[in-house]
Ligand binder design. Sequence first.
Ligand code: FES
Ligand code: FES
Length: 180
Amino acid sequence: MSDQAHPSPLQLNVNHLNHQLIVPHNTALLYILRNDLFLNGPKFGCGLGECGACTVLVDNRAVRSCSVPVKSVIGKEVITLEGLGNQEKLHPVQQAFIQTQAAQCGYCLNGMIMGTVALLKKIPHPTDIQIRHALNHYLCRCGTHIEIIEAVNIAAQLMTKDLSDLDQNVSTSQKNDNAQ
Ligand code: FES
Ligand code: FES
């Protein structure tokens, strides 16, 4: 029997790692990520699902982690900013945002990047209108929107390049296997 005072353990998969946590099941996912798992990529902005600063991917969809209870992601794959790339190899979207210097204070960037990753999974080569539409509800108070749109376009190119490099490596290694 589980209640808010004595919650039962809860299994979470975050950034490809399984965690077992004893936390109230109705706690917002954002608090669990930041306070229990020490993942500070997702930011607290409005706490109301309005600004997008807290966005994470849940089964590849952009979700505002301030507005969903942790119990809603049981059995799903949660990816935070920290799970996209690493210091040796950044995710193409992270690379593109750095390349275009698409930030001033940077507070919105977690949401912009996670929203872009979700968009490019769905539409690999979005038009500017599709980018504006997808990122419309991610707030940037510093007004770096032009650079952000440029970053998304560059990210789309980098991701295509990564995929074709991968294809090339696979076909080279297949040729090498056949030659042996
Ligand atoms: S903090 Fe979650 S949408 Fe603003
Ligand atoms: S860069 Fe400051 S809020 Fe977007």
